[in-house]
Design a protein around this ligand. Structure first.
Ligand code: 8YV
Length: 321
């Protein structure tokens, strides 16, 4: 690497075309080539001397790590959520941070619906049973789930993804409730009604969580919130691990406090609470909310565009603060 060239360290495997784009723009690229994102000392070793960093949500970039990377000036996060990065510590060091909003909105909204349906209609559980060879014929009273169409959907976090989820509900004839810190203008959430969190939990047949993770949203859903929900309710978390208290959720699913859950994110992921793994009424996916080829490529390319903005002296198009 020459002293004046932009140098980027990439902490997780990305698409070859994204690397090529950076190289074509004059970046010297040091790329980690594994799906398992680099952490801690390994990330520092890769990024030593680099002035920019491209990371996924799986790499934790905290103040202690930043201290070891004095040359760093720009961090492009591949993801809309950026709780993996200590933004305040980065800014204190004059480091810009960007994320990748919008490109994943519709794909992630689709995933919320996929988990809601899978949990409500017991898709994973019945498929496992079928593959195990148990099926002898249609049991009229077997594998009964709950309806999605015509039911009440509660969305906690009515941002871009929450609104895209709500829009889809019109096609299924659903009543939509939402809870946000602030009530949105009717034009922004035309078919949804703002209610207090406890009302949403009490009245919804399906509850979808779409809030960013922060100290304020830590364990937003725990024992007392789960106790408010219907015994048939489905809880979907496509937001972040830590928004739900996984121990309390496992207990609620086990005791029949709620009906089922569809989870894409977990506290301490990729390690999953053992009780959740054992529960038949939990549909579990490995943080794949945005995982379509088009969307993931769009995310990496947007992160690259943010780096390119920074490189030519512009404010990155998706700077976070
Ligand atoms: C990504 C996400 O898969 O955008 C986010 O916040 O959680 C997901 O879309 C993840 O960020 C990959 O880095």
């Amino acid at each position: 690497m020459t002293a004046n060239s932009p140098q980027v360290a990439i902490g997780v495997r990305v698409f070859p075309e994204s690397i090529a784009k950076l190289q074509a723009a004059g970046f010297t690229v040091r790329a980690h080539d594994s799906a398992q994102a680099l952490q801690g000392a390994d990330l520092v070793a890769l990024a030593k001397g680099a002035n920019s960093l491209l990371v996924s949500a799986s790499s934790r970039v905290d103040a202690a790590l930043l201290e070891q990377l004095p040359h760093l000036r720009m961090i492009a996060n591949i993801g809309v959520g950026y709780n993996n990065i200590d933004v305040a510590a980065a800014q204190a060091r004059g480091i810009q941070v960007s994320n990748t909003p919008d490109v994943l909105t519709e794909t992630t909204a689709d995933m919320a619906w996929a988990l809601m349906f899978a949990a409500a209609r017991r898709i994973s559980e019945s498929e496992r049973w079928l593959r195990e060879g148990h099926w002898q014929g249609i049991a009229l009273d077997g594998w009964l789930g709950v309806d999605v169409h015509g039911s009440t959907l509660g969305i906690i976090g009515m941002g871009r993804i929450g609104s895209a989820i709500a829009r889809r509900a019109q096609g299924f004839g659903m009543r939509v409730l939402y809870h946000n810190r602030t009530q949105l203008p009717a034009t922004t959430a035309p078919n949804a009604t703002w209610v207090e969190k406890h009302t949403l939990l009490q009245e919804s047949d399906h509850v979808i969580l779409v809030v960013p993770y922060s100290p304020q949203t830590h364990h937003l859903i725990g024992t007392s919130e789960l106790a408010l929900m219907k015994p048939t309710a489905v809880l979907v978390n496509i937001a972040r691990g830590g928004v739900v208290d996984d121990v309390a959720l496992a207990q609620a699913l086990k005791s029949g406090q709620i009906g089922a859950a569809g989870l894409d994110v977990y506290e301490n992921e990729p390690h999953i609470h053992a009780e959740l793994l054992a529960l038949p009424n939990a549909v579990l996916t490995p943080h794949i909310g945005s995982a379509t080829k088009r969307t993931r490529l769009g995310m990496v390319n947007l992160a690259v565009d943010n780096l390119l903005d920074w490189h030519v002296g512009k404010i990155p198009r998706n700077t976070v603060s």
